[in-house]
Every structure is written in structure tokens, then in C-alpha cells.
Design a protein around this ligand. Structure first.
Ligand code: NAP
Ligand code: COA
Length: 267
């Protein structure tokens, strides 16, 4: 890839940034020279992520459901690296469950992480964003627009994330804050795909069928889009939800149905 972004001297913070897609985003920014902060619930994940991000990176334990820990993480990040130029909010939870077997708490836990957590992050981060020009990037999912069985909680939560993106772009544009969301397609080697796709040849065959470009995405595919959205090249882009999905356009239901067939019949 010969597209080069330079984030030297910029501070990038990624909530939920210690594994999978969000860690991939943090790693892309670190390679582009940014000072990076990552935050998530588990100290072991935070330590492992920081080890891959280089000595300058900061890792903080925070649960996006608890706004006091979010606020404290932001304070710590800004004390170390200064005002935040790019803020990525990608913490999420997911599991397959039929709606009539999903407890109130099971529905709520995903709403709390994905939607309320995104609000907490944005609401507390805005005062720490670099004055005049900054980028806030939510990580949403195809479930935000395409209804998928066994995903009532995620569909509801991510639809909310999309609308939060659009509303905050309206409210915060005058402060120079651009607000956008990335909607990844199926990304190889991630926890999401471990939970939502059949593994092995069955999963690979479904991907070839669903994804016009014929392959799963990589964490670098998403990281490159995040670099673009955080950069000056995207300085007139705000209030958008951008898919990075090989052309699948959210048509992932066959994959999720096949995964559910494997998981739910055993329970
Ligand atoms: P993942 O590896 O499980 O990433 C989730 C991250 O969020 C982890 O770092 C986790 O770390 C953190 N986290 C979870 N609950 C948290 C909480 N309450 N507070 C703070 N951090 C929390 O999953 P992934 O598959 O890479 O997914 C990443 C994002 O991409 C999600 O927003 C997901 O909806 C979206 N997405 C994924 C795919 C895919 O193909 N995988 C497709 C579409 C959209 P701790 O456990 O340490 O908290
Ligand atoms: N099917 C049905 N219900 C489930 C479930 C499943 N597979 N997994 C959890 N739940 C229910 C629990 O039973 C509980 O409901 P209850 O109190 O009525 O029994 C509720 O969900 C909360 O579960 P709990 O384990 O206490 O939540 P947690 O806060 O420890 O963990 C999760 C949150 C459940 C989302 C957990 O899967 C997680 O931490 N996920 C993060 C990683 C991830 O999902 N990555 C993929 C992102 S796309």
C-alpha cells in the first residue's frame, strides 16, 4: 500500500482498543507516528496491546458502561499526551441469542456497552478534543441497518450508534469536531467473527458467496479507513456512516444463521 498518512505529534485515543479491529486501528495510527492511548476493561488486554504499540503508548483500564472510569481514562490520557486529535469509540459486546430467550439483562448489557458506552465516551471526550479540528469515529456494524435474526440487541444498539453519529455531527460541527462511523464487514481473525460465523471451510464458502470482493476484510483495511477519516484529507466529511465491507452491503444474514445453527441447537 503506498498511501501514507503522517500523524506525528497527534494524539489518538481508542476506547475498546486493546484487541481485534480497534487494536488494528490503534496500530495503524501508531505506525503513522501518532501518540496512542488505548482503553478497555481488562488489565491483561491493556498490557498486551501496549506491548504491540510501542513504548510511547499509554494503556488505561476503563469500562465504557461506567462514565466515571471513562472520564478518568480521558484525564489520564490528556495528562500524558495532550488534547485528543482523533477519538475512536469501538467497545462492543455480541452473542447469538433468539429474542424470546434473551433476558432483559442480556439485551441491556449490549445496549449498555455499544450505545450508552459510545455516548459516555463522546460526552466526556468532547471537552478534551483538540480545539478547532478533531475527528470522532464510532465503530458501528451492518446490524445497524440490516435486520438480522438472533441479533435483536446488536441491531437496536448499533442503529442507535448510527443516529448518535449524525446528531453529534450536527451539534459539534461548529466546534470543528467531525463525527463519523465506520461499519466493518466480516473481518478475519476477530472475536466478532469467532462468535458470528461458522469456522473453517463452511465460513470461507459463505464469505465467498456474500462478499463481492471474495474475501474477509483485514484489521488493516479498517485501520486505513480510520486513518483517512482522522486525517485532513477528510476535512469536509462529517455525519456519515461508511461501510468497509468488500461490497457485501450488510448481507451477512446467511453467515449468522449458519453460525446460530451450530451454536444454538446445542443449548
Ligand atoms: P473484540 O476484539 O472483542 O473487541 C472489543 C473490544 O472492546 C475489546 O478490546 C474489549 O476489551 C473492549 N470492551 C468490551 N467491553 C468493554 C467495556 N464495557 N468497556 C470498555 N471496553 C470494552 O471485537 P471485534 O470483533 O474486533 O469488534 C470490534 C468492533 O468492530 C465492535 O464495535 C464491533 O461491533 C465492530 N464490528 C466487528 C465486526 C467483525 O467482523 N469482527 C464486524 C462489524 C462490526 P476488554 O475485554 O478488555 O474490555
Ligand atoms: N446467550 C444468551 N444470553 C447471554 C449470553 C449468550 N451467549 N452471554 C451472556 N448472556 C447474558 C447473561 O446470561 C446475562 O444475563 P442474565 O443476568 O439474565 O443471566 C447478561 O447476558 C450479561 O452477561 P454477563 O456475562 O454478566 O456480562 P458481562 O458484562 O460479563 O459481559 C458480554 C458482556 C456478555 C457482552 C460478553 O460477551 C463480553 O464481554 N463481550 C465482549 C467481547 C465481544 O463480545 N466481542 C465481539 C464484538 S462484535
Amino acid at each position: 500500500m503506498n498511501v501514507q498518512f503522517d500523524f506525528s505529534g497527534r494524539h489518538v485515543m481508542v476506547f475498546g482498543g486493546t484487541t481485534g479491529i480497534n487494536l488494528g486501528i490503534a496500530q495503524c495510527y501508531a505506525r503513522a507516528g501518532a501518540r496512542v492511548t488505548v482503553a478497555s476493561r481488562k488489565q491483561a488486554n491493556v498490557d498486551a496491546a501496549v506491548a504491540t504499540l510501542g513504548a510511547a503508548a499509554l494503556g488505561v483500564v476503563a469500562d465504557v458502561r461506567d462514565e466515571q472510569t471513562v472520564a478518568a481514562a480521558l484525564t489520564q490520557a490528556v495528562e500524558r499526551h495532550g488534547p485528543i486529535d482523533v477519538l475512536v469509540s469501538g467497545a462492543a459486546g455480541n452473542f447469538l441469542a433468539p429474542a424470546d430467550q434473551m433476558s432483559s439483562n442480556a439485551f441491556k448489557v449490549v445496549l449498555d456497552i455499544d450505545l450508552l458506552g459510545s455516548f459516555h465516551v463522546a460526552r466526556h471526550a468532547v471537552q478534551h478534543l483538540h480545539p478547532g479540528a478533531s475527528s470522532l469515529i464510532f465503530i458501528t456494524a451492518p446490524q445497524s441497518v440490516v435486520p438480522m435474526a438472533y441479533q435483536a440487541h446488536v441491531c437496536a444498539a448499533k442503529a442507535g450508534v448510527d443516529q448518535l453519529t449524525r446528531v453529534l455531527a450536527l451539534e459539534w460541527g461548529a466546534r470543528g469536531v467531525r463525527v463519523n462511523a465506520i461499519s466493518p464487514g466480516p473481518i478475519a481473525g476477530t472475536e466478532g467473527m469467532r462468535r458470528l460465523a461458522p469456522q473453517g471451510e463452511q465460513g470461507d464458502a459463505l464469505v465467498r458467496q456474500m462478499v463481492p470482493l471474495g474475501r474477509m476484510g483485514t484489521t488493516d483495511d479498517i485501520g486505513q479507513l480510520a486513518l483517512f477519516l482522522g486525517s485532513d484529507a477528510a476535512s469536509y466529511i462529517s455525519g456519515t456512516v461508511i461501510a468497509c465491507d468488500g461490497g457485501a452491503q450488510g448481507q451477512l444474514s446467511p453467515m449468522i444463521a449458519a453460525a446460530a445453527d451450530g451454536v444454538l441447537k446445542k443449548t
